[in-house]
Design a protein around this ligand. Structure first.
Ligand SMILES: Nc1ncnc2c1ncn2[C@@H]1O[C@H](COP(=O)(O)OP(=O)(O)OP(=O)(O)O)[C@@H](O)[C@H]1O
Ligand SMILES: [Mg+2]
Length: 331
């Protein structure tokens, strides 16, 4: 073997590594910066965002960790920002929401699927060379957020793996026997299974610990989680249903985002148009805002596409007396 010391310019490489995106230093994990980032994407859940920012900031800076940065359980009705919060965390902490590994637990409901999907098939079995869809990406990059959606549908084996992962920050791949490191990861579990029951049981409660206790009791009663699992989750959050004004704000954000996708700055949107979108949304989905994006697309994309063809840079959306869109272009 040659002399490693001469194989490259180590000093220069050191400087390059210091400057590169590989380095943690580029991530601002102060509570304020975390909150600001989360708040730019998730609306109407300020108490949760504040607490998450505080918790993540504190645990991230803790160097001697033998478990994930934190493990969170997000509960609450559909379309209230649970997955959005996970994406926002991944984006800020790990550079991109693509660094999020997402598992749909309805696909992990049998013991075989749970084990082979997550930690790979036993060696010798079909597919064992591919490894686990949880472990393999962690080998390549352990800086990730791992999301388990609809956790109540997971087979108990998934919980066993989670316990192991949370317990010592590691998980061994069945097929290769190699160990994946989870000490730089964040684990997020989500569920909207008992949203109604939780809302009822906690109605009128103000104190966080009182709410948490009520939720834990309910989760245990409904046999959704074994007590030892709950004991190993750092925080449980209950997402609130979104109020009209918050949904309006989200709609406005989505219009701005759609504009960007057509290369256009949206300067202004008349409130009448936002209300049109919200009312259309209410008609098709009484709960949540899953349809909002499609409705906004139907309403604004034709004008945006047209203005793009005309090489406009920015647009204002007004209404005429008949309630129809009137566009004014700029640039
Ligand atoms: N509080 C919120 N702030 C901003 N956007 C939101 C919020 N809640 C929902 N959205 C928007 O609605 C869409 C669905 O939200 P999200 O995926 O976070 O729902 P969820 O709470 O995970 O629901 P489910 O339980 O059905 O998975 C996202 O595209 C997101 O942009
Ligand atoms: Mg979700």
């Amino acid at each position: 073997m040659g002399d490693l010391k001469k194989m490259t310019d180590w000093e220069k490489l050191g400087k390059l590594i210091d400057d590169s995106s590989m380095n943690d230093k580029s991530v601002d994990v102060s509570e304020q910066s975390l909150f600001d980032h989360l708040n730019a994407r998730v609306k109407g859940q300020d108490d949760i965002l504040k607490d998450v920012a505080r918790l993540v900031s504190l645990s991230w800076k803790r160097k001697d960790r033998n478990r994930p940065v934190c493990s969170l359980l997000l509960l609450g009705p559909t379309g209230t920002g649970k997955t959005e919060l996970a994406k926002a965390l991944a984006e800020h902490l790990y550079g991109s929401e693509k660094d999020m590994l997402r598992f749909d637990c309805s696909e992990l409901s049998s013991p075989d699927m749970a084990k082979s999907r997550l930690t790979g098939s036993s060696s010798g079995f079909v597919g064992s060379e591919n490894g686990g869809q949880l472990t393999r990406p962690m080998f390549a990059n352990p800086k990730r957020l791992v999301l388990f959606d609809e956790i109540e549908k997971a087979h108990p084996l998934v919980f066993d793996l989670l316990l192991q992962l949370r317990g010592d920050g590691r998980l061994t791949e069945q097929s290769s026997g190699k160990t994946a490191d989870f000490t730089q990861s964040i684990v997020v579990l989500t569920s909207n299974a008992i949203a109604d029951e939780v809302a009822k049981a906690t109605a009128g409660m103000k104190d966080y610990h009182e709410i948490l206790n009520a939720i834990k009791t309910l989760l245990a009663e409904q046999k959704i989680f074994r007590p030892e699992i709950l004991g190993r989750i750092d925080k449980v959050y209950q997402f609130k249903p979104l109020k009209g004004m918050v949904i309006a704000e989200i709609a406005t954000m989505k219009i701005a985002k759609l504009g960007k996708e057509y290369g256009l700055e949206v300067d202004f949107v008349a409130p009448e148009l936002i209300i049109q979108a919200l009312e259309a949304n209410l008609k098709v989905s009484k709960f949540g805002i899953r349809e909002l994006e499609r409705i906004i697309f139907d309403l604004f994309a034709p004008s945006l596409a047209d203005l793009r063809d005309k090489r406009a840079k920015a647009v204002s959306f007004d209404v005429n007396d008949a309630g129809k869109i009137v566009c004014r272009q700029r640039g």
